[in-house]
Design a protein around this ligand. Structure first.
Ligand SMILES: Nc1ncnc2c1ncn2[C@@H]1O[C@H](COP(=O)(O)OP(=O)(O)O)[C@@H](O)[C@H]1O
Ligand SMILES: Cc1cn([C@H]2C[C@H](O)[C@@H](COP(=O)(O)OP(=O)(O)O)O2)c(=O)[nH]c1=O
Length: 201
C-alpha cells in the first residue's frame, strides 16, 4: 500500500506550526507521521547555521536541498512504502518560493531553476495546503521573531507569497489555498476537510 504525503506551506507567521500542533493532537492522525523541513538531522542544523549567518544564497539553497534529499531517503520514501500518512511542515515548495526570491540576482528565472534541480529525485506531495496571508499581518503576529528589520522582512515575504501563489496556479490539482487571516476554528475546519478528501481518494 502506498501512503500519502501532505505538505503545509506558507510564509513565516502564516500559522503552519499552530495547525501542525492541532493536527498532531487530533485522533484522526494518531498514526500519521509528522515531520518538517528544515529537518532535525545534522544537515538541518547546518541549514539553521546558514540562515543565522550571512551565508551565500546559493550555498544556502544547496544545504536546504541536501537536507531535502536526506529527508526523502530516510523518512519520506520508507514511510510512504509503509502506507503512512505523512504531514510535513514545509517541504520542496518552500525552496521554490523562498530561494526563488533570494536567488533573484543570480538567475533570470530563479524559481524555475530551483524547481529544475529537484527534478528526477524529489517526491511530489499528494496535497499541499498553502496558508495564505498578508505579510504585514504575519510579521505583526510573529512579534520579535527574526532578526531582519520589519521592512526587509515584509519585502522578502511579499515576493515569497507571490511565488507560492504562482506555484498554486500552475498546479491547482495539488494545492488547496487557505486564507489564514481568519478565526482559528474556521482554518482548522478547512484543513481537516482538505486532508480528509485526500485520505479518502
Ligand atoms: N488564525 C490565527 N489568528 C490569530 N493568530 C494566529 C492564528 N494562527 C496563528 N496565530 C499566531 O500567529 C503566530 C505565528 O503562527 P505560527 O503557527 O507560529 O506560524 P508559522 O509556523 O507559519 O510561522 C503565533 O503567535 C500564533 O499563535
Ligand atoms: C525549508 C525551507 C525553509 N526556508 C526558510 C523559511 C523560514 O524563513 C526559515 C526557517 O524555516 P522554519 O523553521 O520553518 O520557520 P518558521 O517556523 O518561522 O516558518 O527557512 C527556506 O528559505 N527554504 C527552504 O527550503
Amino acid at each position: 500500500m502506498k501512503g500519502k504525503l501532505i505538505t503545509l506551506e506558507g510564509i513565516d507567521g502564516s500559522g503552519k506550526s499552530t495547525i501542525t500542533r492541532f493536527l498532531n493532537s487530533h485522533p484522526s492522525f494518531s498514526n500519521a507521521v509528522f515531520t518538517r523541513e528544515p529537518t532535525t538531522s545534522w544537515i538541518g542544523d547546518a541549514v539553521y547555521k546558514a540562515i543565522e549567518s550571512n551565508t551565500d544564497h546559493l550555498a544556502e539553497l544547496m544545504l536546504f536541498t541536501a537536507d531535502h534529499a536526506n529527508h526523502i531517503a530516510t523518512l519520506i520514501r520508507p514511510a510512504l512504502e509503509e502506507g503512512k500518512i505523512i504531514i510535513s511542515d514545509r517541504y520542496s515548495d518552500s525552496r521554490y518560493a523562498y530561494q526563488g526570491v533570494t536567488l533573484r540576482e543570480k538567475f533570470d528565472e530563479p524559481m524555475e531553476w530551483v524547481q529544475q534541480i529537484h527534478e528526477g529525485w524529489t517526491v511530489v506531495p499528494d496535497l499541499t495546503i498553502l496558508f495564505d496571508i498578508d505579510p504585514e499581518i504575519a510579521v505583526r503576529r510573529c512579534g520579535k521573531r527574526g532578526e531582519q528589520t520589519k521592512f526587509e522582512k515584509i519585502e522578502l515575504l511579499n515576493g515569497v507569497r507571490k511565488n507560492y501563489l504562482r506555484l498554486a496556479e500552475k498546479e491547482p490539482e495539488r494545492f488547496v489555498i487557505i486564507d489564514t487571516d481568519r478565526d482559528l476554528k474556521e482554518i482548522e475546519n478547512d484543513v481537516l476537510q482538505a486532508i480528509t478528501s485526500i485520505m479518502e481518494s
